[in-house]
Design a protein around this ligand. Structure first.
Ligand SMILES: Cc1cc2nc3c(=O)[nH]c(=O)nc-3n(C[C@H](O)[C@H](O)[C@H](O)COP(=O)(O)OP(=O)(O)OC[C@H]3O[C@@H](n4cnc5c(N)ncnc54)[C@H](O)[C@@H]3O)c2cc1C
Length: 346
């Protein structure tokens, strides 16, 4: 099958091909072991950095390619071909969930300081928004940052934070206003900062090779130069990237679901049954055709919603629909397949 779509350019096709080739060589053969270890080896992330794979969204003046959502859609679909969702999500948290906060809101000094390591894979990022009592309801968070001298004092806990056990810097959301429920600010908090610790590495049923942390902030002091973006505007800065986050989660699911359908096709064509093969049964062919048609629809609408974003228009309606419908379609496709439980997607 071809992955060309109406928005595909030679550059995007090259990104797709390079990424699929990388995961076939460096990820798929080793992913089972990473699932057991609960960790993606750092050397693999470093290799991706060396190949320029962390720079798709980084502005050209900072050494990246300065591309938009279509590039992230392409990259996430290609990563999904690995079928190891934990690997995909570790990479995508770095490039497409935490990274954009820095790129969108960072001062020149912050970008100069942090982007070289982000690009090379020496600085792996995480994004700390969720808390034990605040998930979908981002504004319900309780972690606070209170003015203290020339900086801020952060106290609270975060949970389910991908890449924060083995990563190098967490972009942390904390409440900075007592009157305004949406008065949240983002902070750059490097691993090793005094008072900032991993309370627990959480175990999971799927995506086991992505590390997931429970974090504690115990009187953590950060300077004003560690404020990312505008004080009290972090809620809106977080929301700004939500369409991109939704998209890459669907993208990796689409890539994996296509593998699942391909595996299923091969299986039914070779599985002897009733004097022929399962493939000879009309009901089997019809089910597979429906799952493929649904997946094609999700893929096409994902790229379309990415394009709407890239031309500068609001794509909240389109991308939210892609995420909601896409997750169902991806899960339906995987239920049909022989993809193993550890390879959970979307
Ligand atoms: C593997 C993994 C990795 C993660 N990585 C990160 C990370 O790196 N950084 C980070 O900050 N967070 C991360 N998260 C947290 C994730 O963002 C939250 O799980 C998510 O926001 C949902 O929050 P919750 O789990 O508290 O569920 P809740 O918000 O409590 O939702 C529970 C249920 O209520 C439903 N619900 C919620 N709101 C509504 C509504 N308005 N209307 C109808 N139904 C609703 C939900 O669909 C869900 O079924 C991760 C989670 C997981 C599982």
């Amino acid at each position: 099958m071809t992955h060309r779509n109406i928005y595909m350019t030679d550059e995007l096709q090259a990104i797709y091909d390079q990424t699929v080739e990388f995961v076939e060589r460096e990820v798929t053969p080793h992913g089972e072991q990473w699932e057991v270890d609960g960790k993606v080896p750092r050397e693999v992330l470093k290799k991706m950095g060396d190949l320029g794979m962390f720079g798709l969204r980084v502005p050209v003046e900072h050494g990246g390619l300065g591309l938009g959502m279509l590039a992230s859609a392409t990259f996430s679909e290609a990563l999904g071909a690995s079928t190891f969702g934990g690997f995909d999500v570790s990479v995508l948290v770095h490039t497409d969930m935490a990274g954009p906060h820095l790129i969108n809101s960072g001062t020149k000094e912050q970008l100069d300081q942090w982007l070289p390591g982000v690009l090379s894979g020496d600085t792996i990022l995480s994004i700390g928004v969720s808390e034990p009592d605040a998930g979908s309801d981002v504004a319900g968070m309780r972690t606070t940052a209170v003015r203290d001298g020339d900086g801020w004092r952060i106290n609270g806990t975060k949970t389910y934070i991908t890449n924060a056990v083995y990563g190098n810097m967490t972009i942390v959301a904390a409440r900075t206003s007592t009157e305004n429920r949406y008065g949240i600010t983002m902070f750059l908090v490097p691993a090793g900062t005094e008072g900032f610790s991993v309370a627990k590495k959480l175990d999971k049923h799927g995506w086991r090779c992505s590390d997931t942390a429970e974090l504690v902030f115990d009187n953590v002091w950060v300077g004003d130069d560690q404020v990312l973006g505008t004080v009290d505007r972090g809620f809106y800065e977080t929301m700004r990237n939500f369409q991109n986050e939704r998209m890459v989660l669907v993208g990796m699911g689409v890539g994996a679901a296509q593998v699942a359908l391909n595996q299923t096709l091969e299986h039914v064509q070779n599985r002897p049954a009733f004097g022929g093969h399962l493939w000879d049964l009309g009901a089997i062919r019809q089910r597979l055709a429906m799952r493929q048609a649904e997946l094609d629809a999700v893929r096409a609408s994902m790229y379309h919603a990415a394009w709407i974003g890239d031309v500068g228009e609001d794509n909240v309606k389109e991308m939210s629909g892609v995420k909601a419908y896409g997750a169902e379609v991806v899960n339906n496709a995987n239920l049909l397949s022989r993809v193993k439980p550890g390879m959970l997607v979307a």
